[in-house]
Design a protein around this ligand. Structure first.
Ligand SMILES: Nc1ncnc2c1ncn2[C@@H]1O[C@H](COP(=O)(O)OP(=O)(O)OP(=O)(O)O)[C@@H](O)[C@H]1O
Ligand SMILES: [Mg+2]
Length: 388
């Protein structure tokens, strides 16, 4: 699948803009603060409904005061062409697929994108929630079934938390306690499914990630890995039954505390991941550039897995990927991008690092103060080591 065109109306710093993308590499080049990330965000929002950076609703509206905004993508796939539209109005975001209202929960599987941005580093640097996002994004883009499973889980978690809050606030009616009991049974079953799906996908990702990390780092015997932690135990090899038993046992141990606290203390929303680089926790043992390359390699493994499972490539969004990568890593990343048949939107402040690409399938766009223009590569490439 590719995006053949993107239309923005009163979105962020774009009053009105249409961009016709090429099927392979699309470079979005411009100085700081011109709107490159806003473009990446627009495409990401179409897939996920939510942004990868914190934003109030008014931040999406042109000059933060337009009455409404709209982002429209024309998509081309083997199954045909379709139009995805996201409207921003009255504090709400509403997605439409070919003119009909659709749901966010399955959109990411229908329109899969893989994002790498400076915010992606949060998966290593910040808390467990950011690390779970890393793996849940793989699930949500890979299959509609898993996307729906995650959405059902969050719905059940919200319902259970509301009930626990009610109990913590003094509601001790037997009907409330019975509702909690049946919701807890459902919660543990869905929680087990989510955990089992995460573990299955991690097992599929592991060899691919190892390979992509070795390639990007240029180190043949580099070892990278991921440990999935349930109550601080590595659960990588656990069966579904072991997961269910562990969740159930821990839940019954903590059931009184949950009722006092007013929220769910056990479940997939509490699990963590340890990202290992040469056997050590990457949070403490890697430099900023190494962390960046490690997450980038994870995203490459995700693209690979997606392609081998679905036969299609997701759209790859690379925001500001080249900063902090050394020259060798940049070159190996470009080699990889050239070698796959995926559409890529890649932002940069200049193209001094880039080689020449044939213009029928690749394009360079200049982004300047909320305006995008198709440009000859030489106009933005100060030094062009032309190859091929
Ligand atoms: N709702 C809005 N209305 C108007 N301008 C906005 C809105 N939201 C953000 N901007 C402006 O968009 C610009 C930021 O755009 P963006 O983050 O896309 O920059 P960038 O080109 O990615 O820059 P960098 O190279 O620094 O990452 C800023 O100047 C910001 O003030
Ligand atoms: Mg940016």
């Amino acid at each position: 699948m590719i995006i053949s065109s993107l239309r923005l109306f009163q979105f962020r710093n774009f009053a009105q803009q249409e961009i016709e993308f090429k099927p392979r590499l699309n470079f979005l080049v411009g100085a700081n603060g011109q709107g490159k990330t806003n473009l990446i965000e627009a495409v990401f929002l179409l897939s996920r409904g939510d942004s990868f950076r914190p934003a109030n609703f008014e931040n999406y509206l042109f000059n933060r005061k337009a009455a409404q905004a709209r982002v429209v993508a024309k998509l081309k796939s083997e199954a045909g062409d379709y139009k995805l539209q996201l409207d921003f109005m009255d504090g709400r975001r509403t997605p439409h697929l070919d003119g009909k209202r659709t749901r966010f929960s399955t959109l990411s599987a229908e329109f899969p994108v893989v994002l790498f941005s400076p915010e992606s580093l949060a998966s290593i640097k910040e808390g467990p929630e950011q690390r779970r996002v890393l793996i849940d994004n793989v699930l949500a883009t890979l299959s509609i079934r898993d996307a729906k499973l995650l959405s059902d889980f969050h719905q059940t978690l919200r319902a259970r938390n509301a009930l626990l809050r009610q109990i913590a606030d003094g509601d001790s009616r037997s009907t409330t306690l019975q509702s909690l009991e049946s919701l807890t049974s459902l919660f543990l079953v869905i929680g087990t499914h989510v955990t089992a799906s995460r573990l299955a996908v991690l097992r599929q990702m592991a060899p691919r990630w190892q390979e992509s990390a070795r390639h990007i780092f240029g180190i043949d015997d580099l070892s990278v890995g991921l440990e999935y932690l349930i109550s601080d135990n590595c659960a990588n090899t656990w069966s579904d039954e072991q997961v269910f038993n562990a969740l159930s046992q821990r839940q019954s141990e903590l059931s009184r505390r949950e009722m006092e606290y007013g929220g769910s203390l056990v479940g997939p929303h509490k699990h963590d991941l340890r990202i290992l680089f040469s056997g050590n926790d990457s949070r403490f043992s890697c430099s900023q550039g190494q962390q960046r390359a490690l997450i980038l390699a994870f995203k490459i493994a995700q693209i690979d897995l997606h392609h081998s499972v679905t036969g299609r490539y997701p759209i790859l969004l690379l925001d500001d990927v080249m900063s902090e990568l050394d020259a060798d890593k940049r070159m190996r990343l470009m080699e990889y991008l050239e070698g796959i048949n995926a559409q890529v939107l890649i932002t940069a402040t200049d193209l001094t690092w880039s080689r020449h690409f044939p213009e029928e399938r690749n394009a360079v766009f200049k982004v300047e103060n909320g305006t995008v223009t198709l440009t000859a590569p030489s106009a933005v490439r100060a030094v062009m080591p032309s190859i091929g």
